[in-house]
Design a protein around this ligand. Sequence first.
Ligand SMILES: [Cu+2]
Length: 152
Amino acid sequence: MRVRHFCSILFVFCLSLPVWIGVAHADPTSSLTVSRVWARASAGMARAGAAFMIIDNSGPETDALIAASAPVSAVVELHTHVNDGGMMRMRQVDRITVPAQGRTELKPGGLHVMFIGLKAPLVEDTHFDLSLVFEKAGRIVVPVTVKSVRTR
Ligand SMILES: [Cu+2]
C-alpha cells in the first residue's frame, strides 16, 4: 500500500518536471519580459491569425525574436506590414530585434506573430501557449489571451 502511494507521487513529480524546468529557464536568467500577449479572435472560416505583445529588454545586449511556435497552427511566422504603393501588405521577417534597455511592440498594423493554417478557430476568451525563441534569451513560453475581433 505504502509503496504504491510512493510510486504515484513519483509519477506526478516526473510529469510536472518539464514545467518546472521551463519556468526556471525562462525567468531568472532572462533580461526579457514579455507582456500583454494577445491574439485576435478569428472571424468565420479564416485560416490565419495573429498575435501581438510587448517585449521589454532590461539587459545590456540587443536580443532578437527569431522563431515562434504554437499548437494552434502548423506554421508560425514572424511578420511585419509594409506600405506597398498605398496598400498595407504583410511581409515575413527573419528576426524582430529588441534593443538593449529598450522595448519592441508587436501590434495590429505592424509587427506580429502570424499563425498560418489554423487547426481550429481562435475563440474569444480562450488561451493557448506560444513558444518564443530568442537569439540570446532562448525559449520563453507565454500564455496568449484571445480577444474580440474588434480589439485594436
Ligand atoms: Cu501576417
